[in-house]
Design a protein around this ligand. Structure first.
Ligand SMILES: Cc1cc2nc3c(=O)[nH]c(=O)nc-3n(C[C@H](O)[C@H](O)[C@H](O)COP(=O)(O)O)c2cc1C
Length: 517
């Protein structure tokens, strides 16, 4: 299958849409006896414990996620920096006892708390860590050495010598494990790969920036080469993106040639697993097979600003204005990540201010360092809002014009009942102050990037959504990701959203404070 045959992405997207009837007619149930383990475990490899106490960055969450944090001159991470970045991206931040035993929550939001994203590190010699390919296990806060030696050139070659990656002292690779999420969500898991990898990346980019280390999302790579380097069983687990961390002038060691297969033993996740061919096909069809294909693909990078150029606002537009500097939260990125947790009930009587909403939108959409976007504020996703209770805005449906930095009123009205329906008949989007829908022009995106554009738009939505989570919690508000009835979302925002596809949904509001019993 070829990346250019975009029927594959359409087929996957259409076949995994939720609708009122698809939900009711799905006989799937959760087999708790066969629930997959939350951690990948290599029983034969000794752990290398990471430091658990690392110095705080002191950088505010809002500036870290906005990309405003200053970059230090020395940008080679040490072991403490790596430990900080890994922990605040994928580490265990909360523990709760439940009927089924202890339950561990992680730094970033994840569908169903199933944590299907694994992290690996490919590094040269660092202070406190020798060159190698490592797996990160959040359960015991350790790295495990899979391959000894410097494999950075192998990795760089798989990306066609992508500039940030070719100069990086270390690169983190994010993978997705199908069954860990598909146990609950079946074939829709391929969308969740992008969402859940994205929220994790929002933390990773923010903490890297706060640590004075440049970081970038690299989506253009020869899949088979990266998967082989990590010794992945690709029917179960696949590489999703690479994140070079830091910058060094030191030149890379020569290529080691084709890396040998390792066949490392790992503990099975469940007694049995179900394979969903739709996802394997989607992955295959969005894979890049050669360095030449990677180069051609990266050449497709685009400004993709679907909002029109800047102009004076019309009377249907409300300009956004960030909170004044003195009123913005100075809570550090680490404090905010530790505080974050998806809101389970919103206070329907509460409201937020327009300045708070503006700060969240602005902080999350200042642009992303990614090899599929031009530097600046390019973005694949368009944002549409249902406003329920934001002081200074009439309740209604809006479009976020990024160039105008304004919200355009599409239709006025109380749409709590509609939001309840669109968000899969859940109370959360009905009780929030505002619901933010991410929509994309898949026709244009797939035309440009092939099937891999589908990976890109889902992941970008997750990153922007993840930044919004953090901005909301910085302002001591609450937030949650949500899923949705695909076509009903498009109908609701049409005619403006005609021909677009629903990608992601996030609700923001004030958490309901439970009264002491
Ligand atoms: C993309 C995305 C979609 C989600 N969808 C829902 C949802 O439809 N309903 C819900 O109650 N929670 C939803 N969640 C919240 C997750 O259940 C939550 O992130 C997970 O349980 C981990 O908990 P935490 O976010 O509090 O750390 C979603 C989260 C994400 C990231």
């Amino acid at each position: 299958m070829s990346n250019r045959d975009i029927h594959a992405a359409w087929k996957y997207h259409d076949s995994t849409k939720h609708s009122y009837w698809s939900i009711r007619n799905n006989p799937h149930f959760l087999d708790w006896e066969n629930r997959p383990a939350s951690f990948k475990i290599y029983p034969m490899i000794e752990p290398l414990p990471l430091p658990r106490e690392v110095p705080q960055t002191g950088v505010s969450a809002l500036s870290a996620i906005s990309g405003l944090a200053a970059s230090a001159t020395d940008s080679v991470p040490g072991l403490q920096d790596l430990a900080r970045i890994l922990h605040f991206s994928a580490g265990i931040t909360k523990q709760r006892a439940s009927a089924g035993g202890e339950f561990y929550f992680r730094a970033a939001a994840c569908t169903g708390a199933l944590y299907e994203i694994e992290l690996y590190v490919v590094t040269g010699d660092l202070k406190g860590l020798e060159a190698g390919v490592y797996h990160f296990n959040p359960a015991d806060v350790s790295l495990r050495l899979l391959r000894k030696g410097d494999f950075r050139r192998n990795l760089a070659q798989a990306t066609a010598m992508e500039s940030a990656l070719a100069q990086a002292p270390a690169t983190i690779i994010c993978t997705g494990t199908y069954w860990r999420n598909a146990w609950k969500y079946q074939a829709r898991t391929y969308r969740h790969f992008g969402w859940d990898n994205g929220t994790l990346l929002a933390n990773m980019l923010g903490v890297s920036a706060a640590s004075g280390l440049p970081a970038k999302i690299v989506l253009g790579f020869v899949d088979a080469e990266v998967n082989r380097l990590l010794d992945l069983d690709t029917r179960r687990e696949v590489s999703l993106c690479l994140v070079p961390i830091g910058r060094t002038a030191e030149s890379l060691l020569p290529d080691t040639g084709e890396v040998p297969l390792l066949g490392l033993e790992t503990i099975p996740l469940s007694q049995s697993e179900v394979e969903y061919p739709a996802m394997l096909e989607m992955h295959d069809a969005s894979s890049l097979a050669s360095v030449e294909e990677v180069l051609r693909w990266r050449g497709k990078q685009t400004s993709f600003a679907s909002s029109s150029p800047a102009r004076a606002p019309s009377d249907r537009e409300v300009l956004l204005k960030r909170l004044p500097e003195t009123e913005q939260s100075t809570d550090t990125i680490e404090q905010v990540i530790l505080r974050r947790g998806s809101t389970r009930t919103f206070d329907r009587t509460a409201s937020i201010s327009l300045a708070q909403l503006s700060t969240i939108l602005d902080s999350a959409t200042r642009g992303l360092a990614a090899d599929f976007l031009e530097p600046g504020r390019a973005q694949l996703n368009d944002l549409y809002l249902i406003v329920h209770s934001v002081q200074g805005l009439k309740p209604g449906a809006y479009f976020f014009g990024r160039a105008q930095n304004a919200l355009e009123l599409l239709k006025e009205g109380e749409f709590r009942a509609e939001a309840y329906h669109l968000g899969l008949e859940q109370q959360l989007p009905a009780d929030a102050c505002v619901d933010i829908f991410f929509l994309g022009d898949l026709n244009r995106i797939l035309e440009r990037y092939g099937n891999r554009g589908y990976r890109a738009i889902q992941m970008e939505a997750g990153v922007i959504g993840g930044k919004m989570y953090l901005a909301a919690y910085a302002e001591r508000l609450g937030s949650t990701g949500l899923t949705f009835f695909d076509d009903d979302v498009i109908n609701f925002f049409s005619p403006h959203a005609k021909d677009k596809s629903a990608i992601f949904l996030l609700a923001i509001g004030k958490p309901l404070k439970r009264r002491p019993q």
